[in-house]
Design a protein around this ligand. Structure first.
Ligand SMILES: CC(C)(COP(=O)(O)OP(=O)(O)OC[C@H]1O[C@@H](n2cnc3c(N)ncnc32)[C@H](O)[C@@H]1OP(=O)(O)O)[C@@H](O)C(=O)NCCC(=O)NCCS
Length: 339
């Protein structure tokens, strides 16, 4: 007895779409509460402004707008999508998942739908899974959406985080392809350093006294050890980018774009140096205007890059996601064709 399996195929990104909240918040609106200044923030992170969602811009509504834009550009209907993967760390409900709410709102409540929690690596984790689902024949078209409303989980008085995190959503559709257009994912974690970024209510108290009731712990906010994260990103995660290029058999000078997680412009520039990205490659810098949107940052940066540089459609890009866990994932992808 043997089991029949479909032949392994190929996958590609068919389209990208995004949603940016309407309100742009300059550094000048953040600095007073954290005794900071615009120059310090720009010099350390490159961030000039970020977007904060209003009350009517929810995790679901932002993700919906990004998905509808991606569907329109791929000329697909929601009925053509059989799987939805939603990456987020800022949906405040455990169950039912954000993905099931979203797929219902989008209008295909029969599709497979689930959330993944891999923080700022969530989008690349989602792309890795979607690509393999399509290649194996489990799914035909997969919507992968990264969405965050981190302004709900950031303490405006915390000097280490208040100027970094932001809101938004970005989505891609991954479908079948004649040629291989998504390279192998190089992914993993450094879970022994998992205390370096935390989004949890009173995390230390919770760890030290697990008998304490969850209700006593209060609202969760992000906290981080900035220098630990910085060094890990530059020295450990850059190597993951090099491995993803090797796994795809692609040299840095064959890339059209480098689109790493938009955490910090200095990290992005140092990573590019470590990976030896040549000057001919366009480097995403959406962090400057839109801040760090965690799981949403790579598709948001991809979308704006293609808007600014239409010649990049169909070229190869190196994606690298990394964040709380600590977790990481990288892959080389062919950017979607011009809609
Ligand atoms: C957060 C980050 C910008 C802080 O920069 P840093 O150089 O590590 O800052 P430090 O905490 O060591 O503090 C350095 C100095 O700046 C001051 N400082 C800290 N926060 C400040 C702020 N928000 N505004 C102004 N000054 C600040 C400190 O008081 C200290 O002053 P001193 O030298 O007089 O003692 C930096 O660590 C970073 O970008 N880390 C990566 C974080 C990240 O990207 N996270 C997301 C990953 S998904």
């Amino acid at each position: 007895m043997s089991i029949k399996l479909p032949a392994i195929g190929n996958s590609q990104i068919l389209s990208v779409g995004s949603y940016r909240p309407k309100r742009l918040v300059p550094n000048s609106e953040i600095v007073d509460r954290i005794e900071s200044n615009d120059e310090w923030i720009q010099q350390r992170t490159g961030i000039q402004s970020r977007r904060f969602a209003g009350a009517d811009e929810t995790v679901i509504s932002m993700a919906q707008a990004a998905c509808e834009s991606a569907l329109k550009r791929a000329k697909l209907k929601i009925e053509d999508v059989d799987t939805l993967i939603l990456a987020t760390i800022s949906y405040p409900f455990q169950a039912p998942s954000a993905a099931t709410e979203l797929i219902n709102v989008l209008g295909n409540p029969k599709a497979a739908a689930f959330d993944i929690s891999a923080a700022c690596a969530g989008f690349c984790y989602g792309v890795a899974m979607a690509s393999d689902l399509v290649r194996a024949g489990t799914s035909k078209n997969v919507l992968v959406v990264g969405v965050e409303k981190l302004s709900d989980f950031t303490d405006p008085d915390d000097r280490a985080t208040a100027f970094i995190f932001a809101d938004g959503a970005g989505a891609v559709i991954i479908g079948q392809s004649q040629e291989p257009c998504i390279g192998p994912a190089v992914w993993g974690s450094d879970a022994d350093a998992r205390d370096a970024i935390v989004l949890s209510p009173a995390y230390t108290e919770f760890r030290n006294s697990p008998d304490k009731g969850v209700a006593e712990l209060g609202w969760p906010n992000i906290s981080q050890q900035g220098q630990t994260v910085y060094r890990w990103a530059v020295f450990t995660v850059s190597k993951v980018g090099i491995k993803a290029l090797e796994a795809a058999g692609v040299r840095p000078d064959e890339l059209g774009a480098f689109i790493p997680h938009q955490a910090n412009m200095r990290i992005i520039e140092s990573m590019a140096k470590e990976i030896k990205i040549p000057e001919s490659v366009v480097i995403a810098d959406d962090i400057r205007v839109n801040g760090n949107t965690s799981a949403a940052s790579i598709p948001l940066a991809m979308d704006v890059l293609l808007e600014q540089h239409p010649e990049l459609h169909g070229t190869l890009a190196l994606l690298i996601g990394y964040g709380a866990g600590l977790v990481y994932a990288a892959q080389v992808v062919q950017l979607p064709p011009k809609p």
